[in-house]
Design a protein around this ligand. Structure first.
Ligand SMILES: Nc1ncnc2c1ncn2[C@@H]1O[C@H](COP(=O)(O)OP(=O)(O)OP(=O)(O)O)[C@@H](O)[C@H]1O
Length: 262
């Protein structure tokens, strides 16, 4: 299978007033077309920096980022992004927020077509009937659902998510995981998900990449060999529990606390 995302030997340091801060060190990540890649790692190891590089918002000091066989050298329109705190324009209705990427990527598409596409997605994520509400009229979970619709409305090559469910309570978060699973089945996309939640990484990922402490390299790659139509219950089954233990151990190593008693 073609690697839709190919990160080769990426090394990057931020220039700060105290000197260079090395953040990524010879990082390699490959994500085949249609796969969901979850990235976990210690706090501050460089996960968000990685998303900026994939989206073309920054250039690495060394190494290359390739998307769909093209070297990323500038911001890409064919990337969808979702963050922990979705930025929604309060003066626009939910549906007008969702169609924003289409206004940029598909200016010739008729308004009726844009609305039809957005309505379809909003219905899929359980927001039928909320299209004309303002963002502040929705709960945090509902706004995040709308933000996921906005991130994929233009059928991006790759969906990049940085802790999108991080601010939600546990039950809402699990609901959103299932929504994400269903969206993916209906609208296949390639995804990179940054998360601090190991259960989330196993539930959603085809592979989980554990980054080392800063400067980050790929420390471990877990192949999540579970069925695509997994339910939350699977997280309590021995195979998934073993994966969670293994990831926990890897995070401990990444934090430099191998062998410590907790
Ligand atoms: N624009 C910047 N200029 C200077 N330093 C930066 C910049 N952006 C991030 N950093 C620093 O680089 C390091 C990595 O940041 P990054 O946000 O990529 O890590 P992260 O793994 O996403 O963190 P967290 O897990 O806490 O969300 C941090 O020490 C951060 O303070």
């Amino acid at each position: 299978m073609e690697n839709l995302i190919d990160i080769r030997g990426v090394t990057h340091a931020y220039k700060t007033k105290h000197g260079a801060l090395p953040v990524l060190d010879n990082l390699d990540i490959q994500v085949p077309q249609g796969e969901f890649c979850a990235v976990v790692g210690p706090s501050g190891c460089g996960k968000s920096t990685l998303t900026r590089l994939v989206a073309g918002l920054m250039k690495p000091d060394q190494g290359e980022v390739w998307l769909h066989g093209e070297k990323v050298t500038s911001p890409r329109k064919t990337v969808g992004m979702a963050f922990q705190n979705p930025v929604m324009l309060e003066w626009r209705s939910i549906i007008d927020n969702v169609i924003l990427p289409l206004e940029i990527v598909a200016p010739s598409m008729s308004k009726a077509e844009k609305y039809a596409r957005a309505e379809h997605l909003l219905e899929m994520v359980g927001l039928k009937g909320f299209s004309n509400k303002r963002p502040s009229e929705l709960s945090g979970g509902m706004r995040q659902r709308a933000s996921l619709c906005r991130a994929i409305v233009h059928k991006p090559d790759v969906l990049i998510m940085d802790e999108p469910f991080g601010a939600l309570d546990n039950f809402t978060r699990e609901d959103l995981w299932q929504t994400m699973r269903d969206l993916r089945a209906a609208e296949p996309f390639t995804a990179v998900l940054i998360t601090h939640d190991l259960r989330e990484s196993v539930f959603l990922g085809d592979q989980v990449i554990v980054l080392s402490g800063r400067p980050a390299h790929t420390q471990y790659v877990l192949d999540v060999d579970l069925p695509a139509d997994r339910t939350i219950d699977i997280l309590y089954e021995p195979k998934a529990v073993d994966m969670l233990h293994l990831l926990r151990d890897q995070i401990r190593i990444a934090q430099g606390r191998d062998g410590e008693v907790h």
